[in-house]
Design a protein around this ligand. Structure first.
Ligand code: UTP
Length: 232
């Protein structure tokens, strides 16, 4: 591990589909919050960015049917990511900064106070993965994307049986994979273009792993062997 990054904060993207699905998966939220509390106690620092999941998709779709603009649809999506962030903060208790942050400029203040800043989305047209990369960039940190697949694949595993999980991939190869997959984030490349461009321009080390395995997440944070994809 690069010594500059030895104890830099991890900006963690808490995948909406996994943690805030059809019904709220409280055992999963509890398990991730407990892992983060343990790691925080051991001296690791975190920024958490919560995705919108099913609640956000419902509101975005409903507002679209009612004639809302893309901007308003996104504003509703952001509002729901912030509701999820508030819920996640409840599981973190006093370790969380006591307010959902709405600006990245407040992140260093929260970190310096020894707290875990929790955010949702920030700006229409972005996603929480892009916000997570920007949060990592703003503090010289690293990014972890916790999602519902094991990492980045060399082909789409839904259509290609020989698709392989990549244990590491360069920023440029990831961009190529994204381009070949038609820029539609899916099961092959879970990150979107703005997110990957931020990672590349600042050479941010990033990891994609399945958020349902807490032990694996802890291994990744501790710099141990883990299952998933290392980017950069
Ligand atoms: P997500 O980041 O969760 O979107 O934000 P996603 O990638 O579609 O979600 P998953 O991971 O597959 O479940 C939810 C919605 O909130 C709005 C967008 O409308 C997005 O679809 N959003 C989020 C923004 O407009 N800006 C942001 O910064 C974040």
């Amino acid at each position: 591990m690069n010594s500059m990054h030895a104890r830099s904060p991890f900006s963690v993207s808490v995948g909406g589909s996994l943690f805030f699905g059809d019904s709220l998966d409280l055992s999963r939220i509890r398990a991730l919050a407990d892992s983060i509390i343990r790691l925080h106690r051991a001296g690791h620092s975190f920024i958490l960015v919560c995705g919108g999941g099913k609640p956000a998709r419902n509101y975005v779709a409903a507002s679209k049917r009612l004639g809302a603009s893309a901007f308003v649809q996104d504003e509703l999506g952001i509002a729901l990511t912030r509701v999820n962030a508030r819920l996640f903060m409840a599981a973190l208790g006093s370790r969380a900064y006591p307010r959902v942050l709405e600006s990245l400029s407040e992140v260093p203040l929260a970190l310096n106070a020894g707290k875990i800043p929790v955010l949702g989305g920030l700006l229409p047209s972005l996603t929480t993965d892009a916000v997570c990369a920007l949060a990592a960039e703003s503090v010289g940190g690293r990014m972890i994307n916790l999602t519902n697949v094991d990492g980045v694949f060399d082909a789409d595993p839904r259509t290609n049986k020989s698709a392989r999980l990549l244990s590491s991939v360069s920023y440029d190869d990831l961009l190529k994979l994204l381009k070949n997959s038609g820029m539609v984030p899916g099961q092959q490349v879970v990150l979107d273009l703005p997110c990957v461009l931020v990672l590349r321009r600042s050479k941010i080390p990033a990891f994609v792993l399945n958020g349902s395995d807490g032990k694996n997440f802890e291994a990744c944070v501790k710099g141990k062997k883990f299952k998933g994809t290392r980017i950069g």
